[in-house]
Design a protein around this ligand. Sequence first.
Ligand code: HEC
Ligand code: HEC
Ligand code: HEC
Ligand code: HEC
Length: 175
Amino acid sequence: MSKKFIVFFTVILAALAMVAMNAVSEEAKKDEKNKPAHDYVGAKKCKTCHKAQYTSWLETGHATAYDKLSDEEKKKPECIECHITGTTAKDVLLEGVQCEACHGPGKDYKSPKIMSKKKWPADPETYKAMAVEAGLLYPTEEDCTRCHQKEGNPNFKEFDFEKRKGEVHAMDDDE
Ligand code: HEC
Ligand code: HEC
Ligand code: HEC
Ligand code: HEC
């Protein structure tokens, strides 16, 4: 075999290996997405430390989204999926669109080792990273449009993320 040919062949093999590795990691990512890595705790557990967000959220349609369904509709998985928080997989049903529907399941990140009133403000970058590692989401448009989408949603209204993200609850820097 000519030297040129061997070089050519090696390049092709390397490219194929890279494609294969990519496919594997895409699969791994999907699996990762499907299994909930953290448990849900419910909004009352967040209330202790985030009173302003909790009390203002209670006034929104998200808090009562489950109550908007009739008894018949509450039995339909195709209706409840966007009117509850998390899944019904563990026989727990968190009614309505609670904190964790947007911020991720909170069992691990709500720990006072991470969400500490003393330590977090002294080093926000480190503690934010720890919280995100433990499942905290800073919701982006896609975290809303999994529910605020046409498909499956008989009451769909156009959704403008920039306009509506400030309506979900009061923020700490609101006066
Ligand atoms: C033990 C008290 C405590 C509990 C319980 C708690 N948090 Fe926190 N959380 C904090 C503190 C302290 C911070 C640091 C920033 C601050 O002071 O607001 C924080 C930060 C956050 C942030 C990021 C704020 C930012 O400025 O980056 C979010 C979002 C958040 N918490 C949501 C939640 C949710 C959702 C729950 C319930 C699942 C929860 N927290 C439970 C105390 C708590
Ligand atoms: C893909 C997510 C999704 C699914 C599935 C879904 N909904 Fe909704 N539902 C929403 C959203 C989001 C809204 C708020 C309206 C909007 O902004 O699109 C809503 C609003 C509602 C409301 C309040 C309407 C109003 O104007 O006050 C009712 C009632 C309702 N849905 C019933 C149902 C029923 C019944 C089903 C099952 C057939 C269902 N939903 C399935 C996301 C969904
Ligand atoms: C419908 C989605 C949604 C729900 C439900 C929700 N949040 Fe948020 N939250 C957001 C968004 C979006 C932001 C960031 C707003 C921005 O980027 O300006 C935010 C910001 C925050 C922050 C940091 C900003 C601040 O100054 O307050 C905290 C803390 C927080 N949320 C806690 C909570 C708690 C506690 C609950 C439940 C009582 C809750 N959130 C429910 C979407 C949500
Ligand atoms: C788990 C599904 C789900 C997610 C995630 C979700 N929403 Fe909603 N949202 C709903 C449903 C259902 C309603 C209708 C509630 C009702 O009419 O009672 C709604 C209503 C609203 C309303 C009107 C509230 C009111 O008081 O009438 C706003 C504003 C809104 N959503 C913004 C957001 C934003 C911004 C995000 C992402 C940060 C988001 N939503 C994420 C399901 C969701």
